[in-house]
Write a protein that binds this ligand. Structure first.
Ligand code: UGA
Length: 444
């Protein structure tokens, strides 16, 4: 099939590469000339395991091309994926200007039947707006060409995006047209495994499914972060509690890990947008407001623990003279993405408290420099930043932090202390090392 993907961002690039890999001819189009020039020359603007190889192979085999030429992209392909950004507006609602601009471009240049697929995360009702935008442009041209608008939300996780796309749990397609449903089935068929499900539903339900899924996952995390807070105060162990409740098949084990708060480009934005959508319908989504508030508070927890343990009586700057080493800056492992990363809040808090902050991250140092400049120190060596520091705090659960050299850590830190925001280490083992250990939701 011939496919155009508008928006060479995260979702767009992954989708374009994977559709090309399954044999389709794919044009990826973006208005950012620099980005497209780079892609033509094999420079991939984001870090995602496996993506570069996939792009280069399909490009060299002629199934994947990059362009800034919207007209060509519209004319050449039957299926038009919209995968442009929907940044949050000031009030938290998703800004649809880029999505609708693509809709208008398609309306201006389409030359036959087109299937227009919303892949960007867009609020309920967006497909109708896209349809209207296309229709208006067709009317200006006095054209009666037919088209169909489909909602096909994306559920991929950063760091595992290729696998998520190639082996999906489910593919959700919202359409009211049987013929279009058949074409979408054919398109996704190469990715479907025995366990995968293709779920066809009406358009509004598909749009809502995306937000409901992310909101549900964010709810689980905030819930577990509060259970962890209570465990600490009651002498219980959140890891044991997770095992205990996760074994109930209705609950399951996933997404019940306490942490420094959820971050990234999806959960924070989508939770806000759903609260906003509810408000627009005069509906108070009380639960999600609490999920968000709990998450904001959770980002303070690690800094609070450090201040409580190391801080002086100075109310304003209790960490003056203290050095804190941070492991992990990206919002999660296997990505350099720092959007809404808890590390941003934690480090600002430590700096405000007067601490000297040193940071290590396997991928995100360049991103981090954009935020902190020379206000903190950076190193590509995770041990180097420990020399003479007063504490190490683990913010992101990168693999390289899971089994560190504790002797080295102990020798490097002044009075060895680890504040662990990801519960990476076993409290018993830590007792043997002689390092003071403060995890989340359990005794150290
Ligand atoms: C999330 C969803 O998991 C994807 O299904 C969805 O497609 C994507 O958003 C999206 O809407 O595009 P992503 O933001 O890449 O994916 O990252 P996650 O792996 O879900 O992690 C989000 C945050 O939750 C991270 O900060 C992570 O550390 C935190 N988290 C996750 C926890 O604190 N505890 C957990 O148990 C799991």
């Amino acid at each position: 099939m011939k496919i155009s993907v508008f928006g060479a961002g995260y979702v767009g690039l992954v989708a374009a590469a994977c559709f090309a890999e399954s044999g389709n001819t794919v044009i990826a189009v973006d208005i950012d000339q620099k980005k497209i020039e780079g892609l033509k020359n094999g420079i991939i603007p984001i870090y995602e395991p496996g993506l570069k190889e996939l792009i280069l192979r399909n490009q060299s085999e002629g199934r994947l091309s990059f362009t800034t030429d919207m007209v060509e992209a519209v004319e050449q392909s039957l299926i038009q994926f919209i995968a442009v950004g929907t940044p949050p507006g000031e009030d938290g609602s998703a800004d649809l200007q880029y999505v609708l601009a693509v809709g208008r471009t398609i309306g201006q240049h389409m030359n036959g039947f087109k299937i227009i697929v919303d892949k960007s995360t867009v609020p309920v009702g967006t497909a109708d707006k896209v349809r209207l935008a296309v229709q208006e442009e067709l009317e200006k041209r006095s054209s009666h060409l037919e088209f169909d608008v489909v909602s096909n939300p994306e559920f991929l996780k950063e760091g595992a995006a290729i696998d998520d796309f190639m082996k999906p749990d489910r593919v959700v397609v919202g359409t009211d047209n049987v013929r279009t449903a058949e074409i979408m089935k054919e398109l996704y068929d190469p990715f479907m495994r025995k366990q995968s499900r293709m779920i066809i539903m009406d358009i509004r339900s598909a749009e809502m499914t995306k937000y409901a899924a992310n909101a549900m996952l964010a709810t689980r995390i905030s819930f577990m972060n509060q259970i962890a807070g209570l465990c600490e105060r009651m002498g219980a162990d959140v890891a044991a509690v997770r095992e205990g409740i996760g074994s109930d098949s209705r609950i399951g084990y996933d997404f019940l890990f306490p942490g420094p708060g959820y971050g990234g480009s999806c959960f924070p934005k989508d939770v806000k947008a759903l609260i906003r959508t509810a408000e627009e319908s005069n509906y108070d989504f009380l639960l999600l407001k609490a999920v968000e508030e709990v998450n904001e508070l959770q980002k303070e927890v690690l800094a609070n623990k450090l201040i409580k343990t190391l801080g002086s009586a100075d109310e304003e700057q209790p960490l003056t003279g203290k050095i804190v080493a941070c492991w992990g800056l990206s919002f999660k492992p296997r990505t350099d993405d720092m959007r809404e990363a808890p590390s941003l809040t934690i480090i600002e808090r430590l700096l405000a408290a007067g601490a000297t902050v040193r940071a290590h991250d396997p991928e995100a140092l360049a991103e981090a420099k954009k935020h902190f400049g020379d206000r903190i120190e950076y190193s590509t060596n995770q041990y180097e930043i420990l020399d003479n520091a007063d504490a190490l705090t683990v913010i992101t659960d990168w693999h390289e932090y899971r089994n560190p050299d504790f002797d080295r850590i102990k020798a490097a830190l002044k009075q060895p202390l680890i504040v662990d925001g990801r519960n990476l280490y076993k409290p018993n083992r830590m007792k043997e090392t002689g390092i003071r250990y403060i995890p989340l939701g359990r005794a150290g």
